[in-house]
Write a protein that binds this ligand. Sequence first.
Ligand code: SF4
Length: 489
Amino acid sequence: MDAARTYAVRTYGCQMNEHDSEHIAGLLEADGMVEAALEADADVIVLNTCCIRENADNRLYGALGNLKALKEERPGLQVAVAGCLAQKDRELIQQRAGHVDVVFGTHNVHRATELLAHARRHGPVTEILEEAVRNDADAFPSALPTRRDADHSAWVTIQVGCDNSCAFCIVPTVRGPEISRPFGELLAEVEDLASDGVTEITLLGQNVNSYGRDVTSRLRSIPTGATDSYEAGERWVQEGRRRPRPLFADLLCEVGAVDCIQRVRYTSPHPKDLRPETIAAMSETPSVCEHLHLPLQSGSDRVLAAMHRGYTAERYLERLSAARAGIDDLAVSTDVIVGFPGETESDFEATLEVVAEAGYDSAFAFVFSPRPGTEAAERAHEFVDHAVCVERFERLHRVLRRSSARRHEARIGRTEEILVEGPSKREPDKVTGRTRQNKLVHLPCSDGLRTGAYAEVRITGAGSHYLYGELLEITAAPRHRRRIPVASA
Ligand code: SF4
């Protein structure tokens, strides 16, 4: 019998992309392929690209340049480019890198194997859909075969696309308008994952807390009395009345109530859409973790308006304090952009003030870099000098580091629940787990501390990015069938 063909998927970018890569790998395996031990030996190499991060195109074309030599050695190798940059650059990719066999975009991940087969028979192909097809299971990659990296934890896409128009962001262009996945279909997937041994679910979307906005408008046009609870959720149909309310809170409650699901997380919410119902759902649903990622981007109202963020600094802080008041022991993380076009020293100082007041547990801070195709990229005349950006970035970083160190030190001596993720990447004699507040804890290896297990630990030390702990008790063994030893020698 012939050996199975092999594949490798290289992922650039965010969790949405990581999750798409799981589907691409799942589709290739459903087609009889196996993962290559070494990328250089693979029969198919897929680069799943992201154009949100800095220099994404330089990195892609650099990687493709390296693969050209490999393809010359092994002409049977197929090279595919997927993801946001493929969606944006389209035919340009094969014009710049003639050795690429297949280019497919963010809306046709489900076509990966057909396109590779087509390219083997007929030569290079580029297939980009303008937007996901509503009501088509293929619109939601979560419905596709999946090869998950972790057995105990899974991502579930609840929505694709984004209806906002942040001036720095290319997502609405490459991912299209928001489409919410039907409620019942999501719950069915979570139930399947739970019966497979998954205990932690992360709900994914570009703007998760507007989940259901499109469903709401659609359902208003359905005649009263029609059975729509599968699509909208049981709570939608209440006393024969359709409540005009956002559905994300309902989704959190119902996913959180699925048997054996012990942790529910979500990313990313938009501050302008963080509703009291969502805060209530987080506080009332025991499995929903006490962690909120609330992207600030800037603390200056002038810059927020230029970014089209839809909130002011005051409104942001009000929502944050409502979340803190409603949810005990809430950890908060954020994103901040330094040097958005036109940002003045006083704008930046406003950001520092809001960041200090918010007291974040952690943050991703970025120096602005223009993404071609966005409104902000057109404002070259207002770009902030690079040296000024670097100096501001360092000042911001100092404030962020102080607040995360304070938050972490405050946890020393506490008992925390962790979900074991595996061997520590930094210290091979340690195991790493994650608390409900999304903090990494390193602790000495111990029998039974296997990937997917839950344990109680005492926090013994703190750094700005992680905690140290000691094991008190293993509270639950992993539920998934495949067992992975976590103790490295
Ligand atoms: S909310 Fe703004 S930053 Fe987030 S994906 Fe949509 S356009 Fe981009």
